[in-house]
Design a protein around this ligand. Structure first.
Ligand code: BYC
Length: 473
């Protein structure tokens, strides 16, 4: 379906035919632009960035690249094409037609999910706002800005739903999405990870690998929703999300490549020697993995959740890739590990519907493992014994049954004393962060890359790594 770029708000939702909605969104637009100026990327305001803009909502609509100054990026409202005669794919209403309007009894649950999803998008732009200052290359700078403008568009996607389907409450929630801010003491963002600072590019790559991947799985779950406009919004967002996954996976791979190169040149795997040579040692990388993975698994919610059970029962939110499950009623039970209150672990069988967060989290962990296996292959092929690993799901949790319970990265419960003594073996210390921070120096000569990261294999849209992806004015 073609997108109308002649409109003030580009869209494929027929905005021109709904004047009241159009006016409401046109009133929100300047507030969004003010927010972007105040809370979005803090540098390179006048730069022209080689950005991709969607032109159609189908799979072929992605080939439109050109240099644009970011404030002129055309944020718009795009839904994936409707699926004819789409039916609810799971839960108690399995097989019934999907909803084109919000049923009154599900209004507050749906609004809450849309608000939570919407809140993460501007949060991530706020978290990443200063990274441009220390970009390792123009190629990476362009990728950061591509991610940022798309998160901005994902905010538009949720704001459209709030305005179009949730009346006055929805309009108020849309305002609030611009007034909460990442890390704000009084009005923080809703979910924990989105209040964590991202001050260096290693954290950015970890975030795009681990946290954007939570986004991918949550969007897959919402794409199953019986509320069809939400499903169509999320299907379109998923197409954009694929690039964010690429930024994270390839970013971490390039960091490892450079580290292995330095280890080879120095003929040592001594972390201090690697650091002295200006690369990031593998144990530090592992500590960053531990931090961002444990924060991101919290985003799936508690192991046992009555919210999740009722979302599934009513058709509001399914499992990621629901069609792959043999039964769509969520029957049966799932074994989940709980703390036994005496420093041990006790497995318990729980009803499947209550454990939907755990089912989604398991699919996510499996997906996270793919990158870890690839990185370990690189390390093995370079002749080193070191292996990266995802920590246990019990490690450093703030949400669910394991919240506040100390374990080691293998998930073995430990005493608070042991935790205090050993936590910086497992998590980035202030020294780690300041070392990584010290490497973050801005590199903006086309084709040049900072010393702590390898150049990519290719560029964007078949242009090589040396292309001038950002024109600095
Ligand atoms: N931090 O019953 P439970 C993305 C709250 S990322 C703080 O288990 P439920 C993106 C929870 O709200 C994807 N609080 O929760 C990535 C609940 O609060 P109440 C974003 C948390 O409802 C990168 C309480 O704890 N999308 O797109 O089953 C860049 C009890 O929990 C957290 C979504 O999340 C947390 N981590 O599940 C840009 C989808 N976790 O009721 C973008 C929409 C839980 O006590 N959201 N809580 O007040 C949802 O589906 C659900 O809200 C959750 C939680 C999966 C998050």
């Amino acid at each position: 379906m073609a997108i109308d770029y002649y409109e003030r708000i580009p869209n494929n939702v027929g905005l021109a035919d709904n004047r009241a909605l159009q006016r409401a969104l046109e009133q929100w637009q300047p507030r969004f632009l003010d927010w972007w100026r105040e809370m979005g990327p803090s540098s390179f305001r006048g730069a022209e960035v080689y950005l991709r803009t969607a032109t159609t909502a189908d799979d072929d609509g992605w080939a439109n690249y050109r240099h644009v100054a970011m404030p002129e990026y055309r944020w718009g409202i795009f839904l994936a094409d409707p699926v004819p005669d789409r039916r609810i794919g799971f839960g108690d209403a399995l097989g019934e037609p999907v909803w084109q309007q919000v049923p009154g009894e599900h209004r507050s649950s749906l609004r809450r999910l849309v608000v939570t999803q919407g809140d993460t998008e501007p949060a991530s732009v706020e978290q990443q706002r200063r990274l441009g200052n220390t970009c390792p290359s123009l190629y990476d700078l362009r990728n950061l800005f591509q991610v940022n403008v798309e998160e901005g568009r994902h905010l538009w996607a949720m704001v459209y739903l709030l305005h179009a389907y949730f009346g006055r409450d929805g309009r108020e929630e849309a305002e609030e999405l611009l007034t909460r801010h990442s890390g704000d003491g009084d009005k923080p963002r809703i979910l924990g990870t989105f209040n964590e600072p991202i001050t260096d590019w290693l954290s950015f790559f970890m975030f795009t690998y681990f946290t954007d991947r939570d986004g991918r799985f949550q969007l897959k779950s919402l794409a199953e929703s019986a509320f069809d406009p939400l499903s169509r919004s999320c299907r379109f967002m998923l197409a954009e999300e694929a690039f964010h996954m690429f930024v994270g996976a390839s970013g971490i791979t390039r960091v490892i490549r450079r580290t292995l190169q330095v280890m080879k040149e120095l003929a040592t795997d001594d972390p201090a020697a690697v650091r002295n040579a200006g690369a990031i040692d593998l144990p530090t990388l592992q500590r960053y993995v531990n931090f961002w993975f444990s924060s991101s698994v919290d985003l799936f919610g508690a192991e046992i959740s009555s919210n999740a059970a009722s979302y599934f029962a009513t058709g509001i939110k399914g499992r990621p890739d629901e069609a792959r499950f043999p039964d769509h009623l969520g029957a049966g039970r799932l074994q989940v590990d709980f703390p036994d209150g005496k420093g041990g672990v006790i497995p318990e069988e729980v009803p499947m519907r209550s454990a939907m967060n755990e089912v989604s989290r398991a699919a996510y962990v499996k997906d996270c493992e793919i990158g870890v296996q690839r990185w370990n292959r690189l390390i093995r092929e370079a002749g080193h014994d070191f292996r990266l690993a995802l920590p246990s799901l019990r490690f450093r949790r703030s949400v669910g049954a394991w919240a506040g319970i100390h374990t080691d990265p293998q998930g073995k419960p430990i005493s608070p004393e042991e935790w205090r003594a050993r936590r910086y073996d497992w998590l980035p210390s202030d020294q780690d962060r300041s070392f990584v921070g010290s490497l973050m120096q801005r590199v903006t000569e086309p084709g040049k890359f900072a010393g702590w990261i390898a150049s990519p294999d290719g560029g964007i849209n078949n242009l090589g790594p040396a292309y001038e992806y950002v024109r600095l004015n």
